[in-house]
Design a protein around this ligand. Structure first.
Ligand code: C2E
Ligand code: MG
Ligand code: MG
Length: 748
């Protein structure tokens, strides 16, 4: 080989070597560049992952044409060093139907160029099937040849928890604002940070007036400063304080409140704050006091009620036991109060109860317990009695005190009498209930004894009480069983010496209990209201009998029928009378209705109208048992009555008791001056008859003439009557009235 060819080969080899080096260099550089690029990419990807992880955002990329949604996010559970990336591509991206319209609108705005960014908060369905709130931000990233946007991309963030917290916060604020309780937030030095509207309503201070001020602004003078300091210290130490305290409003008015306060760290950042809920309980306390009053006192009379009475009686018993004293329980019931109440009206009834309560308290003195058990029932506890008789004395004083009318207002006065029952500790019972029950039993005995009186309990009353109950139930069957009948007692005119009429008197022969006197069963019938039915039966039966006698020729004869005031007050009594007269054919003037005076007097105004309509019908009206009530003759002037019957108690003692004699003569004279016909009841002796004759009493009725007898015997007696008999030594044949005292004994 030539030198030149060797040179050429060497040059070629050198070139090739250079080329190879250059190529290697280029290759290594490229590889290096690629490596760097990949590293760069990886780095970016790491940063993106980190950014997604740190920001809790997800990346999204939406193809408007294919409707493909691509999403990339970091699994929230992965940790910083091992970030787990998740991605999906779907074309079923679900937005909550409620949010869809606003998402579309916002997208449209962005695509139209009206908004620079697409920003939306809406709900999307997550893979678990739950709706999540997201806040999405994005913008158009690619457009097609036609200039239309093809892709839009951005980030989104799960804001479900934030939304929830925000919602809760809004609710909390709304609650706070609408709360009735005042709420104040205080800093750790007890200065106001925030208050709600109720706070302003309660205290009078507005937000501007209190913020920054110390809570001691509200301290009241009801407590000393140390009190408030103690509470604040306690709250600071224990983180909680609840209780009642007095506070002061802006207008200086003090109010009692219930405070519930606690320390909390969370809501106002790191600083400790106190939240105080303040409830004004001034009204509530007042209401509680009122309730306590209502529970123990009767609001009508302001007297202690049954509860308070029992309590006081219990305490009195304890004292009496310790001091070895006696106490008395007086049970007082106003006579015929129900009728008075029905006729005068409930307002007047209430006034009567109030006036009676006052009268009672005045009489027994303010140191004795007077209570109202309800209705017209009152009780009195008398302590430190030396002997049982002391209670009787007080009962007597009470009855006397009620003789003077109760003044209801400047126009109205009413007389009511009480019936009083007495029980004694330790004689009759050891406990309040027992003593009360026995006093009640005794009170019934007082009523049965004719009212306006008192009775002291004794064991036999229990028996009497039971009998009352038995009779009362037997009375209900009385009309069905036909156990009632009428007896008749004639009335004699002292001027003509003729029999003018008869009084119908009711008799009950019970299948179980035998003969029951009217004085026992009439009050029971009145109590149960049965008297209405029974009274109507009496009226018809009496009219039927009279009609028969009229037909038998005794056309001048009148019939007197006793009427309970209940009959007069309830229902349309004049209509009942009119029908009875019509049905039996008795002329109205032949009928006289007898009413007892006490209730007529108490209800003068009310009954007067009812009596008037009876009078207009032509029926005569008599006041029965005159003298047993408290009516003055002046009162009588107001009533359209025709006859006055002087009670037999006055007649019995004529000539013996100068008072009774004086009363009877006065009554006769005054009644005459009022144009009334005067009848003396219960005339048993000729002496009485002569006396009455002398003082020009018009008529008499009583055993001297005839005892009440059955209709046939009565008719026979009237037929056989001759005026001459009135001048004899007593007209009645011994057979007719075997129990009548022989006149000879009495004339002596
Ligand atoms: P009253 O209307 O005052 O009747 C007179 C009472 O005195 C009658 O008693 C009669 O039997 C009695 N009596 C008559 N004469 C004498 C006498 O000379 N001496 C004595 N010691 N008593 C005499 P009775 O029948 O027991 O009636 C008592 C009361 O019962 C009556 O008193 C009357 O208020 C009432 N009552 C009787 N029947 C009825 C009636 O149908 N309806 C109503 N609501 N009450 C009646
Ligand atoms: Mg009568
Ligand atoms: Mg009478």
């Amino acid at each position: 080989m030539s030198d030149s060819s060797e040179l050429q080969l060497f040059a070629a080899l050198a070139l090739a070597g250079v080329l190879a080096v250059v190529l290697l260099l280029v290759w290594t550089r490229r590889v290096g560049a690629e490596k760097r690029h990949i590293n760069q990419l990886r780095d970016r990807e790491d940063r993106l992952k980190l950014a997604l992880w740190a920001s809790s955002e997800q990346y999204w990329d939406y193809d408007l044409k294919t409707k493909h949604m691509r999403r990339i996010w970091v699994d929230s559970r992965s940790n910083r060093t091992d970030l787990h990336v998740l991605s999906t591509t779907d074309n079923d991206h679900r937005i909550h139907p409620d949010d869809m319209p606003q998402v579309q609108a916002k997208l449209r705005d962005h695509l139209n160029g009206q908004s620079e960014l697409f920003i939306s908060e809406h709900r999307i369905l997550d893979p678990r099937g739950e709706w999540l709130w997201v806040r999405a931000r994005g913008r158009a990233v690619e457009s097609g040849a036609d200039g239309k946007v093809r892709r839009i991309a951005g980030t989104a963030r799960d804001i479900t928890l934030v939304r929830q917290a925000e919602r809760e916060r809004r609710i909390a604020i709304a609650v706070l604002r609408s709360m009735n309780e005042a709420v104040a937030v205080l800093d750790r030095d007890f200065n106001f940070i925030s208050i709600n509207p109720a706070f302003t309503r309660t205290t009078g201070y507005t937000e501007r007036e209190v913020i920054g001020q110390s809570a001691s602004l509200l301290d009241s003078t009801q407590h000393d400063v140390a009190f408030y300091n103690r509470i604040r210290q306690k709250l600071a130490n224990e983180g909680h304080w609840a209780g009642e305290m007095w506070q002061r409003r802006k207008n200086s008015q003090e109010f009692l409140c219930q405070i519930e306060s606690s320390a909390t760290e969370s809501i106002y950042g790191e600083h400790r704050v106190y939240i105080a809920v303040i409830t004004d309980i001034t009204q509530q306390k007042r209401a509680e006091q009122e309730l306590r009053y209502l529970a123990n006192f009767d609001t009508l009379t302001n007297l202690p009620n049954r509860t308070m009475f029992s309590e006081r009686l219990s305490r009195a018993i304890v004292r009496a036991r310790r001091q070895d004293h006696r106490i008395a329980v007086l049970f007082l019931d106003l006579d015929r109060f129900k009728d008075i109440n029905d006729s005068l009206g409930h307002t007047a009834g209430d006034r009567i109860l109030r006036a009676a309560a006052m009268r009672l308290q005045e009489t027994v003195g303010e140191h004795q317990t007077v209570a109202r058990l309800g209705g017209d029932e009152f009780t009195v506890v008398l302590e430190n009695l030396d002997q049982p008789g002391d209670a009787d004395k007080v009962a007597r004083e009470i009855i006397m005190a009620f003789e003077a009318p109760l003044v209801l207002d400047d126009r109205q006065e009413v007389v009511v009498s009480p019936s009083i029952g007495i029980s004694l500790y330790p004689d009759h019972g050891q406990v309040p209930t027992e003593l009360l029950k026995q006093a009640d039993t005794a009170m019934y005995q007082a009523k049965a004894a004719g009212r306006r009186t008192f009775a002291r309990y004794d064991d036999s009353m229990e028996i009497a009480n039971r009998r009352r109950a038995q009779l009362s139930s037997a009375l209900h069957k009385v009309l069905d069983r036909g156990e009632l009948r009428l007896v008749f007692q004639p009335r004699l005119s002292l001027t003509t010496r003729r029999i003018t009429g008869v009084e119908a008197l009711l008799r009950w022969t019970s299948e179980e209990y035998g003969e029951i006197p009217p004085i026992q069963f009439i009050p029971l019938a009145e109590e149960s209201g049965l008297i209405l039915e029974i009274g109507e039966w009496v009226l018809r039966e009496a009219c039927l009998t009279l009609q028969r006698w009229h037909q038998a020729g005794l056309t001048e004869l009148n019939m007197a029928v006793n009427v309970s005031v209940l009959q007069l007050l309830r229902g349309d009594f004049s209509e009942i009378v009119r029908r009875a007269l019509e049905d039996t054919g008795v002329p109205p003037h032949a009928l006289e209705l007898e009413l007892t005076e006490s209730v007529l007097m108490a209800n003068a105004e009310q009954t007067s109208a009812k009596l008037q309509s009876l009078r207009e019908m032509g029926v005569s009206l008599a006041i029965d048992d005159f003298g047993t009530g408290y009516s003055s003759l002046a009162y009588l002037k107001r009533l359209p009555i025709t006859t006055l019957k002087i009670d037999k108690t006055f007649i019995t003692d004529l000539n013996r008791d100068p008072d009774d004699t004086a009363i009877t003569t006065t009554v006769i004279t005054m009644a005459h001056s009022l144009g009334l016909n005067v009848v003396a009841e219960g005339v048993e002796t000729e002496t009485q008859l002569r006396f009455l004759d002398h003082f020009r009493c018009d008529e008499i009725q009583g055993y001297w003439l005839l005892r009440p007898v059955d209709p046939d015997t009565c008719l026979q007696f009237i037929r056989d009557w001759t005026p001459a008999k009135a001048n004899g030594a007593g007209p009645q044949a011994a057979i007719l009235s075997p129990a009548a005292p022989p006149p000879a004994d009495l004339t002596a």
